[in-house]
Design a protein around this ligand. Structure first.
Ligand code: FMN
Length: 205
């Protein structure tokens, strides 16, 4: 599939063929793409918890407003946003020349270490970009996905054993879809969502 075809083909899917597993090899291929996603200072503020165990999916479903697709999918992936990813800067810049490394470590500590709200926003931003890569990488390999925010973050955190420096940013169900796509939902027109020069400027079309 070329990129426009991939974008057209990706839809939020809620019905999956449970006889078709998501294997470790599938995950390795998909997440090999995902880790190339962009992030501020390349801090990569994400960790993905892949849930395939039936009992664990059931617990996750209970924490997700009883949405059936969380249990009835090949894998339910919790995209976790790392709130203190700036602490990883020394490792991220380990190969950089020393002055660059020192500058990046100091800058990220100053920007994020002193501003928890900004660090949280950044973590969610990064995790969201990686989530989009995940959905396209999966579709390219024949898997459908469904992004979800309908869950209790505290309950999800407990099910997957999150530490305090992570929050669940998104849940993405994945598998081989069964139901044909329903008609695509309404999309706001280009002229409404693309403005030239200022928000009050002319619409693109
Ligand atoms: C952040 C986010 C949260 C969502 N949460 C849910 C959810 O909890 N349950 C659900 O069934 N769909 C959920 N969706 C799917 C949206 O309803 C869907 O993306 C939208 O209707 C557009 O349809 P499409 O993805 O097929 O283009 C979510 C999507 C996003 C991006």
């Amino acid at each position: 599939m070329n990129f426009p075809e991939l974008v057209q083909a990706r839809r939020s899917v809620r019905d999956y063929d449970l006889s078709q597993p998501v294997t470790d090899a599938d995950l390795e291929a998909i997440f090999g793409d995902v880790i190339l996603s962009p992030s501020a200072f390349n801090l990569q503020p994400w960790t993905f918890v892949v849930v395939r165990d039936a009992e664990q999916k059931k617990r996750l479903r209970a924490a997700s407003m009883d949405q059936a697709q969380v249990e009835n999918c090949g894998a339910a992936i919790v995209v976790c946003a790392k709130l203190d990813a700036h602490n990883d800067a020394p490792a991220v810049f380990a190969q950089a020349p020393q002055p660059v490394r020192e500058r990046m470590v100091a800058m990220t500590a100053q920007m994020y270490g002193n501003n928890a709200q900004f660090a949280r926003d950044e973590a969610i931003r990064g995790a969201s970009l990686a989530s989009m890569t995940l959905m396209y990488a999966a579709k390219e390999r024949g898997f459908d996905t469904g992004p979800m925010i309908g869950f209790d973050p505290q309950a999800v955190a407990e099910v997957i054993g999150l530490t305090d420096n992570f929050i669940p940013a998104m849940l993405i169900v994945m598998g081989r879809g069964t139901a044909p796509a329903t008609p695509r939902g309404y999309r706001k027109p280009l002229g409404e969502v693309v403005k030239l020069e200022t928000l009050g400027g002319r619409g693109l079309v």
